[in-house]
Design a protein around this ligand. Structure first.
Ligand SMILES: CC(C)(COP(=O)(O)OP(=O)(O)OC[C@H]1O[C@@H](n2cnc3c(N)ncnc32)[C@H](O)[C@@H]1OP(=O)(O)O)[C@@H](O)C(=O)NCCC(=O)NCCS
Length: 188
């Protein structure tokens, strides 16, 4: 069999870039591969369904040939009824064949930096503290917050982008993102 590519001794370059409409099918297929079909049953999904990601905060890790190697998005939420604004991060996923190459970390750092640049105050997520701790996330400030559905309390993590942003924050997270439907009815 003819080899058409050189053997790559180190990880090829991936670019962390804004997701485009052309990436949606590849992103969904990647999420199914990385997380399985139960991903749609998560409590986080309740806060995402029918909404668009926060403006400018949907990213893919793009490989040299334009393919999607990883994905992360952030969503607008409110902390409690009428509460303060924050972001919910997720899902974060990397193609299973490319795990442990630093792509997840690069996506996380890019997402956090962009959220801070856009003036957001705090990011929440449901995930493994041993992974997300390296990016500054912890459960220290989420004790009075709750997801709208079943979740493991110790996995609700937060990162303040503005110091003190989560002081006194309490209540159940509510979806606050732009609705998908609004796009279609805008012209009416
Ligand atoms: C979790 C995930 C996004 C990490 O992406 P990645 O590109 O493989 O990760 P990175 O290369 O940036 O980091 C790898 C490091 O994270 C560690 N790590 C990965 N998942 C971890 C977890 N769940 N808990 C603790 N550490 C974890 C690895 O052991 C490795 O550690 P090392 O740096 O000490 O060697 C990816 O494995 C994935 O898509 N998993 C399936 C979907 C998923 O679980 N998403 C997160 C939902 S909470």
């Amino acid at each position: 069999m003819e080899m058409s590519v050189e053997i790559v001794a180190h990880a090829p370059a991936f670019a962390m870039v804004a997701e485009t409409g052309a990436d949606v099918a590849a992103r969904e297929a990647l999420l199914d591969r990385a997380m399985g079909p139960m991903r749609r049953k998560k409590s986080s999904e309740k806060l995402r369904r029918g909404r668009r990601p926060s403006e400018g905060l949907a990213f893919v890790a793009r490989d040299a040939s334009g393919g999607v190697a990883g994905t992360v998005r952030l969503w607008d939420v409110r902390l409690g009824e009428g509460g303060r604004a924050a972001l919910l991060l997720g899902p974060l996923a990397v193609d299973p064949s490319l795990k442990n190459a630093g792509i997840g970390s690069a996506l996380m750092r890019h997402a956090v930096a962009e959220a801070a640049r856009l003036g957001h105050a705090a990011i929440l997520l449901v995930g493994d503290a041993p992974y997300y701790g390296r990016f500054g996330f912890s459960a220290a400030r989420t004790g009075s917050l709750a997801m709208p559905g079943p979740y493991e309390r110790h996995r609700l993590l937060a990162l303040e982008l503005v110091e003190g942003a989560l002081d006194g924050a309490q209540g159940t997270l509510k979806a606050a993102g732009r609705k998908l439907k609004a796009q279609a009815t805008m012209a009416a």
